[in-house]
Design a protein around this ligand. Structure first.
Ligand code: ADP
Ligand code: ADP
Length: 211
């Protein structure tokens, strides 16, 4: 497996972004993340699709899923340009999982398992460095450099109210996706409540074993 095709699943806040950055670096694959792609195109005009709202932002600020037509196109385009990849944030419902099957085969499906109380704590304490895109946590992973600390920002949807809605949407739409891969016998379950380094050791070993 020269450049693996990796899917990383897990609830909001499970550590997908943190681990995907390490995977992309270590295995020399593209990090394909629908969350970042949508945040970079929040004001994109999707009124021609005649859906409930006219921009991704209106869905994201409410903690709802952006419509499949928008997200599928982003992933299709990104995967067609990548040899190997780590796909993060997609599929989030069974329709997207079916769509993905028509786009590519996967070498490994990872699932980061984290309890709901811990997810809320991780999401409300999450901060991003707008200059580097690095992910931090106020308590678990604060930056060492005070200049970085001063410029950290919180995502608009990491407020307690929106977090609760995102976790509800996750349980309703995305848990069936986890079950789907589990039933197929493809799911590599990883204890996501360990320290980031311990999670990484398990992630790395699982990918290497699949090679
Ligand atoms: P996701 O992409 O799944 O939403 P992130 O990688 O953004 O998750 O992580 C969510 C928050 O939790 C961030 O603030 C991150 O620094 C922190 N975090 C990630 N992994 C761990 C871990 N193993 N233990 C404690 N905190 C973590
Ligand atoms: P998290 O770090 O919580 O896992 P993401 O950054 O992956 O969150 O996603 C943020 C928001 O972007 C979601 O709440 C949703 O509105 C939208 N989004 C991301 N990926 C998808 C997807 N595959 N389908 C629909 N909406 C998505």
């Amino acid at each position: 497996m020269v450049q693996p095709r990796i899917l990383i699943l897990g609830a909001p806040g499970a550590g997908k972004g943190t681990q995907s950055a390490k995977i992309a670096d270590r295995f020399d694959v593209d990090h394909v993340t629908t969350g970042d792609a949508l945040r970079g195109n929040k004001e994109m005009d999707i009124s021609h699709l005649d859906l409930e709202y006219d921009t991704p932002r209106e869905y994201m600020d409410r903690g709802e899923l952006v419509p499949d037509a928008v997200v599928n196109a982003i992933v299709d385009e990104a995967l067609s340009q990548a040899d190997g990849f780590v796909l993060d944030g997609y599929p989030r419902n069974l329709e997207q999982a079916e769509e993905l099957e028509g786009m590519t085969d996967l070498d490994v499906v990872l699932y980061l398992d984290v309890s709901e109380d811990e997810l809320v704590h991780r999401l409300t304490g999450r901060r991003m460095d707008p200059e580097t895109g690095e992910i931090y946590h106020l308590e678990y992973n604060p930056p060492e450099d005070p200049a970085v600390e001063d410029r950290l920002v919180q995502r608009d949807d990491d407020t307690e109210e929106t977090v609760k809605e995102r976790l509800r949407v996750y349980r309703e739409n995305t848990e069936p996706v986890i079950e789907h891969y589990e039933e197929r016998g493809d799911l590599e379950r990883i204890d996501g409540e360990q320290s980031p380094d311990e999670v990484w050791a398990d992630v790395k070993e699982t990918i290497e074993d699949a090679a």
